[in-house]
Design a protein around this ligand. Structure first.
Ligand code: PLP
Length: 668
């Protein structure tokens, strides 16, 4: 937690700034800028190098900053050194460290050194490239890099600026949400325009106006129920009705459902005009099938937009392009190089097949924005909602050139390889399940059983701030999304994070009724085996051994009857032990493995009836291998329903624990 500054401290800070010595406190000049610029580049480099040392998630409460910053702006200049020191004191404590290899939340939001340097330059130039004339280099570079990128992901030719046969081309938008919104607006203009032509009202201003608004109110758009919320938002602010299409078992939009809804809406008098397909959904990175959806859109004269916000970057690798089959059917597509391609935020690449549709939607052309080359060159202000435009092409250009296509492909493939590694970790622990196929760098997983268990796991993991994930809901199943985000992530990072997740899961399971129930079941099953072994062996056993067995049964009966379950290393467990009410093998604790715990349990003659064990013998023939083979019990700790086998390869003192799920298996 950042240390709150007391009001005295804050007012001292403030008085320092209200009585400046102007000779001492010059506003930053170019010398200072050089000095600080170099220092900040140095320190940011250190920040990135040492990022693992910071908690991923901040430990602050809403409003934390109020106590650290004066409540009004300084009247006079402050020395930059004050500003800079506030970075560590005020800002960093409240930062989530997105670049940390232990951040697995959302999708990646990567940067890279060439990208950061490019923006230093772009920010210094700070051109506002709304028209070609306002900064020809900015516009031309954007056209060139957008063509490069289109070729890198093998988009059809009609999306290229350089293709003289089409009106297509690429533009950098701020976000994927904005790209979706732009596509809705363009599709809306096109749909309304067609209806006006069909009605023959063009030119008759009153009828045209009336028909325009009538048509507008009948438009309906579609996306799958797995689509990002930004599609819903685009519908909301674009004033169009949006229908969610059911998804199939692969979490892909169901084409038959799409057709059904379109037909239903047509019958009701609506005009289906737009479909947003997702390549790489936020919840599970599932893919809609463009080869199926494309022809439906064509047949119904609908605009097909593709939101590939995260997954689009992967298409630079030919092996992942199967996911984009059918792309030739689409009218527009967008993905974020600012997610996975190491071009820092903001940078969304959007291509349209026909830029005229954008022009028809956004062209207002006031006289003060016209220039000598109007109509001859692209003015990107007609391709976006806002007028002003940042010079983002430079960072995209520098990143592509610095890494080369091969370097970028390597980066993508490495993230996918690491995600597959993490998937293997999860699969090795039967307490967990992976309810949706892993695609690319996103693994979704959950504890078997009730959603509540996974919710608790995530909450606890995040509260400790060492590893950060966010949830998703997949058809009613609460899942944790684990994305390999950083280009600095190593197998060691994943191993460490997985270990934290497993340990946290053990804690959650040991505290939940499901965990208790599971432990009891595992335990009783093992006890049954033990008795069976005794009966079958036909040997005589010592009184001590028989007493052990009885005591164990008694203590397990108490647990099963709703008594609080004894937790590992708990005082409660120790007390039980001291009172002789617990057999050392009944509850697995590390303490129980200590020499002190190796005493035999005391007698159980205070009121507990002892079953007749005459002739009952221990079966020393039950060895570790037998147990491994035969010890199967109901599921992992989290799910009483599912079946799993417990293995005792890892012996833990006198108590064995299943090396897969950690469940306690009493020993003889
Ligand atoms: N679409 C999908 C599939 C996403 O996963 C996301 C965000 O992760 C978005 C859209 C929104 O992206 P942006 O923040 O660029 O608007």
């Amino acid at each position: 937690m950042p240390r709150a500054r007391c009001s005295d401290e804050l007012s001292t800070m403030h008085s320092k700034t209200t009585k400046p010595n102007s000779a001492e406190l010059p506003v930053m000049d170019s010398e200072e800028y050089r000095k600080w610029g170099k220092r900040i580049v140095d320190e940011m480099s250190t920040y990135i190098t040492n990022i693992r040392e910071r908690r991923v998630l901040p430990d602050v409460k809403p409003g934390y900053m109020r106590a650290l910053v004066p409540d009004h702006a300084p009247e006079d200049p402050e020395p930059f050194t004050n500003l800079y020191s506030d970075l560590e004191d005020v800002i960093m404590p409240g930062m989530m460290h997105w670049q940390s290899p232990h951040n697995h939340a959302y999708f990646p939001a990567l940067h890279s050194y060439p990208s950061l340097l490019a923006d230093m330059v772009a920010n210094a130039i700070n051109c506002i490239g709304f028209t070609w004339a306002s900064s020809p280099a900015a516009t031309e570079l954007e056209m060139i890099v957008m063509d490069w990128l289109a070729k890198m992901i093998d988009l059809p030719e009609h999306f290229l600026h350089s293709n003289k046969e089409s009106h297509g081309g690429g533009v950098i938008q701020t976000t994927a949400s904005e790209a979706t919104f732009v596509s809705v607006l363009a599709a809306r203009t096109e749909a309304i325009g067609k209806v006006l032509v069909e009605l023959g009202v063009i030119g008759d201003q009153a009828r045209e106006e009336q028909a325009r608004y009538d048509t507008f109110s009948r438009l309906v758009a579609y996306c799958s129920n797995q689509a990002h919320s930004s599609v819903e938002k685009a519908g909301l602010i674009g004033f169009v009705r949006l229908r969610l299409v059911d998804s199939d078992e692969n979490l892909s939009m169901r084409p038959d459902e799409l057709v059904r809804l379109i037909e239903e809406d047509r019958k009701e008098g609506y005009i289906p005009f737009y479909v947003c397909a997702t390549l790489g959904t936020t919840g599970s990175c599932s893919f809609d099938n463009l080869e199926e959806i494309g022809p439906i859109c064509k047949e119904n004269d609908m605009w097909l937009h593709v939101d590939a916000a995260y997954a689009g970057a992967a298409f630079i690798c030919p092996e992942f392009r199967t996911f984009m089959r059918g792309i030739e059917w689409t009218h527009s597509i967008a993905f974020n190089p600012s997610k996975w391609l190491m071009v820092h935020f903001d940078c969304t690449a959007m291509w349209v097949k026909d830029s005229q549709a954008l022009h028809r939607s956004f062209n207002v052309d006031p006289i003060y924005l016209q220039h000598e080359n109007t109509g001859l060159a692209i003015d990107f202000m007609h391709w976006q909602v806002g007028l002003s435009k940042r010079f983002r092409a430079l960072k995209l250009w520098w990143v592509i050139r610095s890494f080369g296509v091969k370097g970028l492909q390597k980066h993508i493939r490495e993230s996918v390889r690491l995600a597959a590694k993490f998937e293997a970790f999860v699969r090795s622990d039967p307490r967990f399940e992976i309810p949706a196929v892993r695609h690319l760098g996103l693994v979704v997983f959950r504890l078997k059983g009730e959603n509540e268990l996974t919710e608790k796991l995530l909450k606890k993991m995040n509260s400790e701030g060492k590893v950060h994930c966010v949830p998703a809901s997949l058809k009613g199943k609460y899942v944790i999304r684990f994305t390999v985000t950083s280009q600095y992530t190593t197998v060691e990072d994943l191993t460490r994070d997985w270990s934290i997740i497993r340990t946290t899961a053990s804690e959650i399971l040991s505290q939940t009724p499901a965990g208790e129930e599971h432990r009891t079941r595992v335990f009783l099953k093992a006890m049954r085996r033990r008795i069976k072994g005794m009966l079958m062996a036909g040997k005589q056993y010592s009184l001590d051994s028989r007493m052990d067995l009885v005591t164990t049964l008694v203590s397990s009966a108490k647990t099963a009857n709703g008594m609080p379950t004894m937790r590992e290393n708990s005082m409660e467990a120790q007390e039980y032990y001291e009172r002789g009410e617990m057999l050392d093998s009944a509850v697995q604790t590390d303490d129980m493995c200590s020499p002190r715990s190796r005493r035999r349990s005391k007698s159980v003659d205070d009121g507990i009836s002892v079953p007749d064990l005459k002739g009952v013998t221990l079966d020393d023939s039950i060895n570790e291998a037998d147990l491994e083979e035969e010890c199967s019990s109901s599921s992992s700790s989290s799910s009483p329903e599912a079946e799993t086998r417990h293995s005792t390869r890892q012996m833990n003192g006198r108590s064995n624990s299943c090396h897969q799920c950690g469940a306690t298996i009493p020993t003889m």
